[in-house]
Design a binder for this molecule. Structure first.
Ligand code: GDP
Ligand code: IMO
Ligand code: MG
Length: 451
């Protein structure tokens, strides 16, 4: 069967922790979208691993696949694999030959576009991770992308570079009016010969290490053989390019439909399995865009946000940026549950909310005299939504390890009420509750692989 893990909010919900938790029952872990904009954390017995491209099953030694829907920066992939090897792991990662490659010029262009948007004072910069994600997906849709398969064929690679690179140069020089040779790493990023040399060598390494696959064919065979396949979504529903708050989104589909498209395993196979939404018990957002329940209204709210940020370690895994903080927003979760068809949710960071003076949950929005129970389609309307709050009882700090071991009933009563309230509001059962970052600090109610 399959299990698809999807971020329900704005990324960083603790997907890595649940992929690791349930990854012990999986035979293959597949990333189906995104690239090294992701930062997934796995904590095992106090040892912390931050994974950007290597699927989180690596900590358990499970084979990891980067599906055709991913954009792969081979430089970061190899650095990450080498770093993990130094730490004693032996990641077995295969990359779809249909996946697109993030080239150095994509990263440069990502940076330039953000700078230009920041300078024009229109407030339209996205606050990207700067990893070249958007420009690479643009080239994929524009049919001028370079795929992993092209790295294996030096002639094809040269042909593609000779087509793409002059266009990128023209973009920088003629559209943005910048001089490429002024900036150190930019010159090499737009030099066909230098790029060809580096990326043909990368192709050789991929071939030598047997790292490339026909992803659809591979997964079809594993599935047919009865193997358990875990899809590891990156990012989150509200930064999905179709279902998120456009344009403050990433350029791929983290929602569950992306698992079929981004891997080539048929939609009936993916849909036949479990789809678990990962929920953070409050909201965090790194990057720009609205956040109706953001705790930034006055000094008291800002102090509360600081408290949650510190307790929850809410600083970006990839960029180190402090994450913005807000109350849990149920309209956002309803949208997420509908778009991906959640069969269950895992609610993380329940320990972080312990000991607060007050606890609120947004149950709906007021907008232009109407009450909404889900997220409006335009970001402009979402930004104008006034949250309707329900105040719930708070709970005291508890011993996470002891609670995780004893099970759900050992959670403080108010925490259970909170979880049951959320489950009822979004009409989706709670499969697991995160009470700390470590693999053992999860209260499991249902193991989706046993459903
Ligand atoms: P991901 O991108 O969804 O995998 O999430 P990140 O790894 O970027 O961010 C989640 C952070 O919260 C990481 O530091 C995790 O170790 C940590 N974490 C995950 N679950 C819990 C939890 O239940 N409680 C606490 N306190 N931390 C958690
Ligand atoms: P994980 O998988 C949180 C955000 C960026 C920015 C927007 C677009 O760790 O949950 P991009 O570089 O993708 O073009 O940036 O998306 N973003 C994330 N926010 N978690 C992530 O990944 C993110 N990946 C991208 O901050 O707002
Ligand atoms: Mg993350």
């Amino acid at each position: 069967m399959t299990l698809t893990i999807v971020g329900s909010q704005l990324g960083d919900e603790g997907k890595g922790a649940l992929v690791d938790r349930w990854g012990g029952d999986a035979d293959v872990v597949v990333r189906y979208q995104g690239g090294d904009n992701a930062g997934h954390t796995v904590v095992e017995g106090g040892a912390e691993y931050k994974l950007s491209l290597v699927p989180s099953g690596a900590v358990r030694g499970t084979v990891g696949i980067l599906g055709n829907g991913c954009v792969v920066n081979p430089r970061t992939l190899f650095t990450e694999i080498d770093d993990l090897r130094e730490r004693g792991l032996d990641p077995d990662v295969r990359v779809a030959r249909r996946a697109h490659v993030i080239m150095p010029y994509h990263r440069v262009l990502d940076g330039i576009e953000e700078e230009v948007k920041a300078d024009d004072d229109a407030g339209d910069e996205v606050g990207t991770t700067g990893r070249g994600i958007g420009p690479t997906y643009e080239d994929k849709a524009g049919r001028r992308g370079i795929r992993v398969a092209d790295l294996l064929d030096p002639d094809a690679l040269r042909e593609k570079l000779e087509y793409a690179v002059p266009q990128k140069r023209a973009l920088v020089e003629d559209v943005y009016g910048l001089d490429i040779d002024d900036v150190d790493d930019r010159a090499e990023a737009f030099d066909v010969d230098a790029l060809h040399e580096e990326f043909a060598a990368i192709g050789e390494r991929l071939a030598d290490e047997g790292m490339t696959v026909n992803c659809s064919d591979y997964l079809h065979r594993r599935h047919a053989a009865g193997d358990e396949i875990l899809f590891e979504g990156a990012q989150g529903t509200h930064i999905d390019v179709d279902h998120g708050n456009y344009p403050f989104v990433t350029s791929s589909n983290p929602t569950a439909g992306g698992a079929a498209v981004g891997s080539g395993l048929g939609v009936t196979k993916v849909g036949d399995g479990e789809v678990v939404g990962i929920v953070k018990a409050y909201l965090s957002r790194v990057g720009e865009g609205p956040l109706p329940t953001e705790l930034d209204g006055d000094a008291d709210e800002e102090a509360l946000a600081d408290e949650i940020r510190e307790k929850g370690g809410e600083f970006g895994t990839v960029t180190g940026r402090p994450r913005r903080i807000g109350w849990l927003d149920l309209p956002m979760l309803r949208h997420a549950a509908r778009v991906s068809g959640f069969t269950g949710v895992a609610v993380n960071h329940v320990d972080v909310l312990a000991g607060l003076d007050e606890l609120k949950v947004c149950t709906g929005y007021e907008l232009d005299g109407e009450t909404l129970d889900t997220v409006p389609t335009t970001t402009d309307r979402w930004e104008r939504c006034e949250p309707v709050y329900e105040t719930l009882d708070t709970w005291e700090p508890f011993d996470s390890a002891a609670v995780a071991e004893a099970g759900y009933d050992a959670l403080p009563g108010a925490a259970r009420e909170y979880l049951e309230f959320v489950a009822a509001e979004i009409d989706t059962p709670v499969y697991a509750v995160g009470v700390g970052p470590d693999r053992e600090e999860t209260v499991e109610l249902t193991n989706p692989f046993e459903e």
